[in-house]
Design a protein. Structure first.
Length: 452
């Protein structure tokens, strides 16, 4: 056995021995209701989580640890250990805030209690992104003091709200997080056991649309048929955003691009997405085309009367929150302008229309070459016993573009524990603990072997 084989075997054993602690860590983190929206959860929950993260990384040997307030009021946890002379620095990213639980009744396990079921660990944030926090901790524990590179950890406190606190903080404090390689661990493998680099991310445009037609609600028997119904106008407007095949149709945005990388088998996607039997997929492209190469418009919410308690009335106003995902190569400002122009030109019955921009985010494409990428490819192959593949991802991480602009010489890689079965952002979120273990080993191997 060579010295390298011995090193790998030793690290594999150390990571495996840390998995009970990883479960205990994740149980504590999931128990913290760190939704970064004071309208829904007390801000103290996020602050408690930030201190937990800071204490945990101080305990594994990172020495410069602090909580830094960002422009949106959230606190970023930053901890670091300087690089030895001549050695590179690696930035480890994660976020400690989580999505709200949505419908508590839809959860099959307690939302805020880590629960093992069929080999997976369930709970809000178990994967996105507290599972990645635990993965970082497990890798650093396995390495102990054997760190030939510098390490900086940043844990964001408001990623799920999209308010841009950490993006603005990085721009204002570029030296604090400067690194040669950046591991953005808020992504995931193509499937459990398939090591994967996410190379592209879609950007996004979020708007709130309001349609008004009447001064107030009217009796549907006396006025319905001639009086314009704002809710019906909204339905007709939203219908203009997809064609009969389900393709997103925003005037001025191309919707026929194709994905040239790894394909997503339709049967696997149906299983991963939980499609009901007989329900068709959207679009006339492949699954990969629709997810990673084309725009996608999603109606996130509608303000309308609930069925129970609704009255026989013509509605005077309707509101909808829209999320437009855009692929690499599409400028978010141009996409916003195209969406606004489309909505204005397709509003029926001369209804009054108001469009409020919530946020935009640019798409992202990572590089493929460089010593960090080579070292991580080797580490993933060793940890998983198979070569890594690549994929796109439909989600948006605007921070990646800020990192790329602020640190143009850094290699940025997107990885993480959030494979499709995790159901992130949905009820019954879970993580496969083998993903935490394999990625912790890969990260430990990378940190112990990467040189500039």
């Amino acid at each position: 056995m060579t010295s390298d084989d011995t090193r790998v075997s030793d690290l594999r054993k150390r990571v495996a021995e840390q998995m009970p602690q990883a479960r205990a860590d994740l149980a504590q983190l999931v128990g913290l209701k760190s939704v970064a929206d004071p309208r829904q959860f007390p801000p103290e929950e996020c602050e408690r989580t930030a201190y937990w993260v800071a204490d945990a990384f101080a305990a594994v040997g990172l020495t410069r640890v602090g909580l830094h307030e960002t422009p949106d009021g959230s606190k970023a946890v930053i901890a670091s250990r300087p690089a030895p002379p001549g050695a590179p620095t690696v930035l480890l990213y994660c976020h400690y805030d989580v999505q709200p639980p949505l419908d508590d009744a839809a959860w099959r396990t307690p939302v805020w209690e880590l629960t093992e079921k069929d080999g997976r660990w369930y709970g809000r944030g178990a994967a996105d992104c507290k599972g990645n926090i635990v993965m970082h901790l497990t890798a650093l524990r396995a390495l102990g003091t054997d760190l030939p590179v510098g390490v900086t950890l940043v844990a964001e406190g408001s990623e799920e709200q999209g308010t841009g606190g950490l993006e603005r903080f990085v721009e204002a404090n570029p030296d604090l997080l400067r690194a040669d390689a950046i591991l953005v661990c808020d992504s995931g493998n193509f499937a459990v056991g398939v090591p994967t680099f996410t190379e592209t991310l879609r950007g996004n445009v979020n708007v709130v649309v309001t349609v008004e037609t009447l001064a107030g609600p009217l009796h549907s028997g006396m006025f319905g048929g001639a009086a314009p119904d704002a809710l019906a106008a909204m339905i007709k407007l939203l219908d203009s955003l997809r064609d009969e095949h389900g393709n997103t149709t925003v005037d001025g945005l191309a919707n026929d691009e194709t994905w040239s990388g790894v394909q997503y088998p339709e049967d696997q996607f149906r299983t991963d997405a939980g499609l009901l039997s007989g329900v068709g997929l959207l679009g006339d492209g492949t699954v990969a085309d629709m997810l990673w190469a084309r725009p996608a418009l999603t109606v996130l919410g509608i303000d309308a009367p609930k069925v129970v308690g609704s009255s026989a009335a013509v509605q005077p106003i309707a509101r909808a929150r829209l999320n437009l995902r855009i692929p690499p190569g599409t400028d978010p400002e141009k996409a916003h302008q195209a969406l606004v122009a489309h909505l204005k030109s397709h509003t029926p019955w001369q209804a009054k229309l108001n469009i409020e921009l919530e946020s935009t985010g640019a798409p992202f494409r990572s590089g493929r070459g460089g010593p960090a990428r080579a070292a991580m490819e080797s580490a993933l192959a060793t940890a998983y016993g198979r070569p890594a593949t690549t994929q796109g991802q439909g989600g948006s991480i605007p921070l990646c573009n800020v990192f790329a602009d602020t640190y143009p010489d850094a290699e940025i890689m997107l990885l993480g524990v959030e494979e499709p079965q995790c159901l992130i952002h949905a009820p019954n979120e879970s993580v496969d603990p083998t993903e935490i273990e394999h990625l912790a080993l890969a990260e430990a191997l990378f940190l112990s072997s990467y040189t500039r």
